[in-house]
Design a protein around this ligand. Sequence first.
Ligand code: NAD
Length: 332
Amino acid sequence: MSDTSDVVRVGLVGVGIIARTHRDVLEGQPRATLEFSVDPHVREPIDFRGTKPPHYATLAEALAAHRPDLIVLATPTSTHADLVTEALTRSTARVLVEKPLVHDLASLARLRALAETHEVAARVFTAHHFAFSPEVRWAADLLAAHPEWGPITSITSAFYDPYVLRGEQAFASYGSSWTDSGVNQLSMLARFVHLTALTSARQLDDGASAWCTAAFRSRGATGSARLRTSWRTGSSSKETALTFGHGDVELWIDHTAMTGFAARGDTLLASYGNDGQTPRKIAHYRPLYASLLSADPDPVLGFDTAVTVTELHHATPAPDADPSPGPEPEPT
Ligand SMILES: NC(=O)c1ccc[n+]([C@@H]2O[C@H](COP(=O)([O-])OP(=O)(O)OC[C@H]3O[C@@H](n4cnc5c(N)ncnc54)[C@H](O)[C@@H]3O)[C@@H](O)[C@H]2O)c1
């Protein structure tokens, strides 16, 4: 992957639900070829552009026979840290790991310990796919174009997934509602504000729901975000509302429909829609891969962003935490 015209030989590890999206998007990337797939619970090789690349039960077996340029880890969250470590130490490939990068802070520390010997910052990328959703990129561009709206002062984000229907399997694949969706909310919000602290965190419904709050800085001011996640629903539904200044401009983005609008009082200021042709996950992962395979991948995919998001995601807020302002870098 040193040159943007080179062929990229990909190893796909984990052939479950989200791997289908990776496969479909990679098929549309002319430079990408599927070198192998890995999954201990899948026996058959998967189809890639009409071919069936070799399939293995373990990453170790695959790496004994192949030298991929990119290893994609689409396995249950609790396996990410071990598989990233294996990919870093047994290959020279870059690694795209599904979000969240890791399931706890101890795993993050293990990966950081590899930083000097295995070029972690240059090789490990996290698929923060919500940051690439079209309505999120539209809203980030709108925000940049309207400094006169003032700082963002409050955010409310609610992410619902119908995983109550998947029962224990949902916990096995995704950990908890906050583990799964909190990282999507935090990495998405990194497009708009500089998150500074998790100010409260409540796990509810035995981990199937959560209610968390975060502090952020925007254009020199501080603000607060309310983050609701839950699996107790019959259908997927994800929305975020941002309030600017003293509440006179509001920006609503609907992540399920990939739409948005901004309004001041009764006046519609801007709106965003789509032609309905591109499925949501493809709309996230197509630009994600285009960025990853470019000469200059978006920082939201990088290891530093994953560290920041992971530390916030797993923070244990003090009862009355007072987030320090700190410097305010540009949103990613
Ligand atoms: N499903 C989604 O919509 C979605 C979206 C974005 C990100 N993700 C993330 O992707 C990851 C996987 O989610 P999923 O929905 O595809 O889960 P899944 O349970 O459908 O698939 C995971 C696959 O990994 C395989 N696997 C388990 N251990 C393995 C190992 N050591 N080596 C190789 N394969 C192994 C399993 O057999 C299974 O086929 C999770 O971290 C999740 O947070 C999922």
